[in-house]
Design a protein around this ligand. Structure first.
Ligand code: SAM
Length: 235
């Protein structure tokens, strides 16, 4: 664990983030790997990989967007990515960690209790249903590894306030996916503001953050029920 701590501290230094946050991040990683023995939370089980491919990957978001004091919904957070590292690294943000699998949400509540993250909300629900009561309520939405961008935008953008943004973590090979989502993004009231590729510190792995600004309200007909989104994704 000592080498993982060092690697994490060096990664946080490289990003210009607070290296003291390596401790709560490691507590989260330990809880993740322990719970992963009895519950399917992550396929990544080597502590070094957890530090780089989960924690530092997600931390990159904070070098590209200022979440200080902002409300953020993490759509399909799973075992807490990117939402939990973002909450740990930016305590003034108010994260809602949303997932349709209740077991994962139960785990995330345990992490919040252990780390004293009192204002983080761990919510069991489907994004397209949660959006009905939380329409245009968040400054930001985030998401990683949940769905293709055209589908994902219908889940996330309705919850973002006009002037806010959806931060979609994607692979650097997502040019075609992005092109195919352009019309969907416009229909949902968004516009691609920036596409930023980054390297995870200590690796040569490059990932991407797509920043989609909410420029006008999402029409009330969205989001549709998931069966319809899946059957007829916006094109
Ligand atoms: N974001 C995490 C990560 O990067 O490790 C988890 C990714 S996992 C592949 C996808 C997660 O999205 C699952 O936990 C699943 O339950 C959740 N999910 C899929 N569709 C959803 C929806 N419509 N609303 C809420 N959660 C959803």
């Amino acid at each position: 664990m000592r080498s993982t701590r060092k690697l994490l501290q060096q990664g946080l230094d490289a990003y210009g983030l607070d290296r003291a946050k390596a401790e709560p991040l490691l507590t989260f990683a330990e809880m993740l790997l322990e719970k992963n023995q009895v519950m399917n939370l992550t396929a990544i089980t080597d502590p070094t990989d957890v530090a780089q491919l989960h924690l530092l990957d997600c931390a990159a978001v904070l070098t590209l967007a200022d979440l200080k004091g902002k409300t953020v919904v993490d759509v399909g957070t799973g075992a807490g990515f990117p939402g939990m590292p973002l909450q740990i690294l930016e305590p003034s943000a108010k994260l809602t960690l949303l997932d349709s699998l209740n077991k994962r949400i139960g785990f995330l509540q345990e992490v919040c209790d252990a780390l004293g993250l009192d204002h983080t909300r761990c919510v069991h629900g489907r994004a397209e249903e949660y959006a009905r009561d939380h329409r245009e309520k968040f400054d930001y939405a985030t998401s990683r590894a949940v769905a293709a961008l055209n589908v994902l935008c219908e889940l996330a953008l309705p919850m973002v306030k006009v002037g806010g943004a959806f931060l979609a973590m994607k692979s650097v090979d997502s040019d075609e996916e992005l092109r195919q989502a352009k019309s969907a993004i416009a229909q949902l009231g968004g516009a691609v503001e920036d596409v930023r590729d980054y390297t995870i510190p200590g690796t040569d792995i490059r990932h991407r953050l797509v920043i989609i600004r909410k420029v006008k309200p999402t029409p009330p007909s969205f989001p549709r029920a998931f069966a319809r989104i899946k059957k007829n994704p916006l094109i």
